[in-house]
Ligand binder design. Sequence first.
Ligand code: SF4
Length: 720
Amino acid sequence: MAETRSTCPYCGVGCGVVIAHEAGAITGVRGDPDHPANFGRLCTKGSTLHLTATPVLLQTARLHRPMARTQRGAPLAPIGWDTALDRVADRLAATITDHGPDAVGFYLSGQLLTEDYHVFNKLAKGLIGSNNVDTNSRLCMSSAVSGYKSSLGADAPPACYDDLALARTVFITGSNMAWAHPVLFRRLEDARAARPDMKLVVVDPRRTETAAVADLHLAIQPGTDVMLHHAMLHIMLAEGLHDAAWIAAHTNGFEALRERVRDLTPARAARICGVPETDIVQAARWFAGQSTDGGRFPTLSLYCQGLNQSSSGTDKNTTLINLHLTTGQIGQPGAGPLSLTGQPNAMGGREVGGLATLLSGHRDLGNPEHRAEVARLWGVTDVPARPGKAAVQMFEAAADGEIRALWIACTNPAQSLPDQAMVRRALERCEFVVLQEAYRHTATTPYADLVLPASSWGEKDGSVTNSERRISRVRPAIDAPGLARHDWLIARDVAQRLEARLPSRRTPESAGRSMFDFRTPESVWLEHREMTRGRDLDITGLDWAALDRAPAQWPCPQGQTTGTARLYTDGRFVTGDGRARFSAPAPRGPAESCDDDFPLALTSGRLRDQWHGMSRTGTLGRLLAHTPEPALQMHRRDLERRGLTGGDLVRVRTRRGELVLPVQASDELAEAQVHLAMHWGSEVLGGAGSAGVNTLTQPICCPSSGQPELKHSAAQVEAV
Ligand code: SF4
């Protein structure tokens, strides 16, 4: 038996795993005791990874060969790799020639490796000349990105996991961390056990497993986070808990914020947020952390989709960061705003510019100097200034006929995007849909003209970055099944074909050489590394061998031999003048108000033992046993009002669509709220035409981040 160290492919905690394998088959998995994210621990999902990669499942659940159909609705039939790659290149080239580069869209995934992402981005933005590259990270982290950039100047979480053990107050908001980031939550439990004076504040409309163990749970009304943050700041100012000297030395914009919160008293916030005024005051005092001797205990905030998946997601992020800036709770051990990355490599994707609004090395598409830098590094004449389309926009553009060819890799938009009626119209109207996918059956597969089989966990080779900016190696233990290939290799091979089919965008100095002369993941990573030189995430001090020895946190510029645990320790930020920026947005409610027709607030979220659309975790009875079937959670009094009891079949409706499923009485929710897990799709819920909870959700997005409001829809529930 041999062992190979790699990384868990599920969440952004980024746990290290040791894969046991023998004779080309994975036989076991254990936590890597030397990995600084988890020190040997794994959660239920990570510890069962090997069972999702058995020879039987590799044979039955995975795609083995390229497949194509002669026309929509016809069955997929096997084709050879060369034919498949030529066909993708031919169709993309024809679309670009006839309709321009922006008639093509790439929809990627936070589960791709950094090397996959880099090649796809260079292919779209450098070779084709279109910024229509977006990913399912748009559904996950884009409000955290815009929040960090707006407040601190760069998309860089300032704190690290070790801060869990150093914080006096941990403020968790919009995250059921006990289920969604379980190994990190275990570290928090350890820290609380070691330091009983630690205070845990949880803000969540639901009494989740995380909220249930909090010292203080603020069960706010969905979408009222900005009001809560402003009211906490009001208290900090009223009680002199702010750090006036630090604010004066390191920030801009405080007076506008002071004016904004002047009338936002805890009493007013209590009415709007639906929580006791005294709890808001208590949360503000604990957050400020002022000690009797005038010192300050550190506060760490942890947050996720409850803040991000909102039509005011950026405001929710920046107003939380305001609280850190007001109290100087940043850049210190145990203090800072630390967003929890949903997907395993949403962070790595952002590093290479894997969103329609970003460029490689944390550069901005809207900045002409940044575009020129990227063009020079890639040896192309320019990177176009035209904004690319974010995820929801991309599918709306396809539904409108503006985007005519879509290349989808490692994600399942026919389940995971909001407003599935629109998404399915888009996939149907699109003239050419390529799906690059590891699994045989997904909700998107029926819409694909061409399916390309991709490698997956246990087979892939490259790197990922977790929530604390730590880059880890992903290593192969076995070969991919059948003819499946690595994602970066597929993108490279199509790119090389397109170079021969499209007019060259190369500069005279770089003409004559392929832009995609990559032979190994390391060769891709080295180009990515060069793109970071001089940037906030500079990793030019790292090499592949160093990453092989141990994971490292960026930045790690040349001359530095280890990574960087915390950012902004000197109080200087990545803004033009080095000062952080307060923002002072007016509180806004959710985009869709509840009314007499749709009186219930529908929220969605994760289950403990499932991941995304269940392609991998849904193959294991052991994981399904935790929650064997979908059910709509509802408060008992709302059930009684409708003459329902738990287990009854109900119809849940929003303005977009409806689902029929069992209802379940829940003590976790307040009245007038309902909750549905996000994992189940058309195979379980509602049959053809349904896509689970996203049949119901809306495509309204945060105007700054483009992240859709998956956490709130106005709904009605009735007996079937
Ligand atoms: Fe994998 Fe996340 Fe569980 Fe760690 S906490 S084992 S990364 S799913």
